[in-house]
Design a protein around this ligand. Structure first.
Ligand SMILES: NC(=O)c1ccc[n+]([C@@H]2O[C@H](COP(=O)([O-])OP(=O)(O)OC[C@H]3O[C@@H](n4cnc5c(N)ncnc54)[C@H](O)[C@@H]3O)[C@@H](O)[C@H]2O)c1
Length: 340
């Protein structure tokens, strides 16, 4: 990597969405320089990024809450943009112990933009260099049977994870208004696809089903989420990072509201027919078990992403059926290969 040339700093790029994004971005823009930093928490894996090996890409283990580390990065590289994926991301863990969520998601985001502010002020590029925060639709709270979250829907987070993400958005926005920084925020619905940690809904369903153990579904299974294949999210981030106006906010959705129980049944049906699962007529759906509901479980999320479609001409390219098929196939191959 040429340290004198502009580079994009991606944080959390060894996690689920970050690793998919770094792979997508380095393939699409082989001439652009990318620095990927990640603390390498339990949710990450270097395997996810092992195949990325261009001269214009480098990975460094590090923590976004560490001001010394981030300042050193700015001294060593010519960073002209940041996309912040780094976060503690699992709602259940935030309910059990919220501290790390506040440290990484709130203080980490603040530290990153504060270090960027100091460095970019010296460069004279405070208003030009982009800071893109990867946020979530969960900042808006929970919906009833109708309605959708719009970009100007008031924030109403209901659990420590979503509260930490909402707090970060407000802090980052304030740096845009106060110091004139080039901040943009995108709030996406539930992602699915390769590289997601086993604790999340779809990987849990697949992993339990492959072991023929019970598949836990919270409450009555009727909680509704809007699902988006991770590569469609990456394409949206690419557009927003490059073309959104300063201080814009964009929702990214899947236009695909599905209950958790219906996701579980779809995944089970794909496993029944997958070429690598045993052909003994076993119906995986029978493993589904309803468990005690999550505390403060948001009932329904749905995002209106018409602004993104209209302003930046984005549309999702992967349907739920196609995306689930790819996803199930990826996990089955990964875990079957490990077993044998
Ligand atoms: N997964 C979703 O459905 C979804 C939807 C909308 C928004 N988001 C947001 O997208 C981002 C990525 O989510 P994900 O699902 O890929 O999460 P993830 O948990 O899979 O990955 C997060 C990554 O951040 C790294 N990380 C954690 N703390 C860090 C720190 N202090 N310093 C540096 N790196 C650190 C982890 O090691 C991990 O690699 C998060 O900000 C999340 O809030 C996720």
């Amino acid at each position: 990597m040429d340290k004198s040339k502009p580079a994009l700093l991606v944080t959390g790029g060894a996690g689920f969405i970050g690793s998919n994004f770094v792979k997508y971005y380095t393939e699409k823009y082989p001439d652009k320089q990318v620095i990927n930093i990640d603390k390498l928490t339990y949710a990450s894996s270097l395997d996810y990024i092992a195949s990325i090996s261009t001269d214009n890409y480098t990975f460094i283990q590090g923590d976004i809450t560490d001001a010394h580390f981030i300042n050193q990065l700015f001294k060593s590289y010519f960073i002209t943009g940041i996309i912040n994926f780094a976060a503690e991301s699992h709602v259940d863990r935030s309910i059990k112990n919220a501290e790390k969520f506040m440290t990484t998601n709130v203080h980490g985001a603040f530290n990153l933009i504060n270090c960027a502010k100091n460095a970019w002020e010296k460069q004279g590029n405070l208003d030009k260099n982009r800071f893109h925060q990867i946020s979530t639709d969960e900042v808006y709270g929970s919906l009833g049977a109708t309605g959708m979250f719009e970009e100007n829907t008031p924030y109403d987070p209901r659990n420590p994870y979503s509260a930490s993400k909402a707090s970060a958005d407000l802090i980052l926005k304030s740096f845009g208004y106060t110091y004139g920084m080039n901040v943009v925020i995108s709030s996406c619905s539930n992602n699915y696809g390769p590289n997601q940690h086993k604790e999340k809904l779809i990987p849990t369903i697949i992993s339990q089903a492959l072991k023929r153990k019970s598949i836990p579904i919270y409450g009555d299974g009727m909680n509704i989420r809007d699902w988006l294949y991770v590569l469609d999210h990456c394409r949206a981030i690419d557009l927003i990072y490059h073309y959104a106006d300063r201080l814009e906010k964009y929702n990214i959705g899947g236009n695909c509201e599905v209950t958790n129980i219906s996701i579980a049944k779809k995944v089970c049906a794909l496993l029944d027919d997958h070429p690598l699962t045993e052909k003994d007529g076993f119906i995986h759906e029978q493993l589904i078990t309803y468990t005690e509901d999550r505390l403060g479980h948001d009932r329904r999320y749905a995002v209106d992403d018409s602004k993104l479609r209209k302003d930046l001409n984005w549309k999702q390219e992967v349907s739920l059926d196609e995306g689930l098929e790819k996803t199930v196939d990826w996990y089955v191959r990964k875990w079957k290969e490990k077993i044998h």
